[in-house]
Design a protein around this ligand. Structure first.
Ligand code: SF4
Length: 435
């Protein structure tokens, strides 16, 4: 399939430039930390406590973000090899091995600057057992103090008052004292509330951006473009004024695209003909991110909703950080992240996406490394197909290990899937009756 449905973009949007500057500034502050005295907390994306961490004047470092950035810079193969040489099995999550290898190779972060050692390891989500093992490795390497927030799984499909109380008690009794100790500051609830109010503002704008994909054509790609849109809010910037400005600008840009009837921007320019609307479940591949994206864009396939953009917070079902209940809202946020939902809740959410976004089908990108996402995906696929009457597709690769991305296999599967969507569409269209 040719790329004739694409037009080259003229220049970078204001929001993109802002995000780039935010990232550069953040990593530069981290690099200067040992001299400036700014301290840092290593923590994970799902269920992160960014507002709380920042309310103590501490800077968050997200190892998964560093791993995916290493993959996008073509460094993950080397880093994974270092980890495997040190005895980490081929079956271990490749994010962990990539992070470990990066640390052993000098801990140089995504902007080429050295990352400081953690002043605290804050394990704030335990839905994936790998997270615990990951920080056990880092704890050995850095001899850093560690604090763990145990977040109960939503096995029953809802958050009960007892679950919330359990998390809040840990925040009060374990996490806040650890942050006080490492920062040398007292817990300041007013400061936390200000951060949470800014989070809610940014979350409103993010939801407006994601929901713009209900338009035809969709002005955004909610998976490949979506990973950039969720970047600030899922990582070190939630609760900052910069994040508010970023999401405000992004929303304005996307609303302008809706007004002009424009499709999404892809690696080769603007998509001018939307042929297929898809919902995608699972994280993307990072080692071949643009090549992977092109396999969709070249076919005119636009992702209108994805689950990966909910891994650091599900906001489109109504949740917003609530400054009036600061610790309770942090507890609800942690428990509400996508991979902390049970399978029936995930099926419900994805089915709603297929219907509300008028998708032609659901595509699962299954990740060899990631049990949190991959468990139950085929059962979910069958259930959603039955409920929505839309065909499902299934492709496989990995997050950051280039050995598991096979472009030919993925292309073959996608082409067959798109052909099936075409045939379904043709079969459902009314026959033309000669006059
Ligand atoms: S298995 Fe999945 S959720 Fe767990 S650390 Fe690896 S990528 Fe993250």
């Amino acid at each position: 399939m040719s790329t004739t449905t694409l037009e080259r973009p003229a220049q970078k949007d204001r929001s993109q430039l802002r995000q780039k500057a935010m990232i550069a500034d953040h990593y530069s502050r981290l690099a200067q930390g040992p001299e400036s005295g700014e301290r840092c907390v290593y923590t994970f994306v799902p269920g992160n406590l960014t507002e709380l961490v920042r309310s103590f004047g501490l800077l968050p470092v997200l190892p998964e973000i560093n791993a995916l950035q290493s993959a996008m810079r073509g460094k993950s193969k080397e880093y994974i090899a270092i980890a495997e040489k040190a005895g980490h099995s081929e079956d271990v999550c490749t994010y962990v091995k990539c992070d470990y290898g990066m640390m052993k190779a000098g801990n140089v972060g995504p902007t080429g600057e050295r990352l400081p050692q953690p002043d605290l390891l804050l394990l704030s989500y335990t839905g994936c057992f790998t997270f615990m093992k990951w920080f056990e490795i880092l704890r050995e390497e850095y001899a850093a103090p560690t604090v763990m927030l145990h977040v109960p799984y939503q096995a029953g499909g809802r958050v009960t008052p007892a679950m919330r109380d359990y998390v809040v008690a840990q925040l009060r009794e374990k996490v806040i004292p650890a942050l006080e100790q490492v920062s040398g500051r007292k817990y300041d609830e007013d400061r936390l509330k200000e951060c949470l109010a800014r989070s809610a503002r940014a979350e409103d704008d993010l939801v407006a951006v994601l929901e713009s994909a209900k338009h035809r054509p969709s002005p955004i790609d909610a998976y490949f473009g979506g990973v950039y849109y969720v970047g600030p809010i899922f990582s070190a910037f939630r609760g900052t004024e910069d994040a508010c400005l970023y999401y405000q600008e992004l929303r304005e840009e996307v609303e302008e695209r809706v007004r002009l009837g424009l499709g999404p921007i892809t690696p080769d320019g603007q998509l001018t003909r939307e042929r297929f609307r898809l919902v995608v479940e699972g994280p993307p591949n990072w080692t071949h991110f643009h090549e992977f994206w092109r396999l969709f864009a070249d076919e005119g396939a636009v992702v209108v909703a994805s689950t990966y953009t909910k891994v650091g917070g599900v906001y489109d079902t109504g949740f917003r950080h609530d400054p009036e209940h600061p610790l309770e809202t942090l507890a609800d946020y942690c428990m509400g992240c996508y991979t902390n939902l049970n399978l029936p809740s995930r099926v419900e959410l994805i089915s709603r996406y297929v219907t509300d976004y008028e998708a032609d089908g659901l595509l699962i990108h299954s990740i060899k490394s990631c049990n949190s996402f991959s468990a139950g995906q085929l059962a979910m696929l069958r259930e959603i197909e039955q409920r929505c009457g839309k065909p499902g597709g299934f492709i496989e690769s990995d997050l950051v290990d280039p050995r598991y991305f096979s472009p030919a296999n993925v292309r073959n599967r996608l082409e067959s899937y798109f052909q099936m969507l075409d045939q379904r569409r043709a079969a459902s269209e009314p026959m033309a009756v000669p006059a």
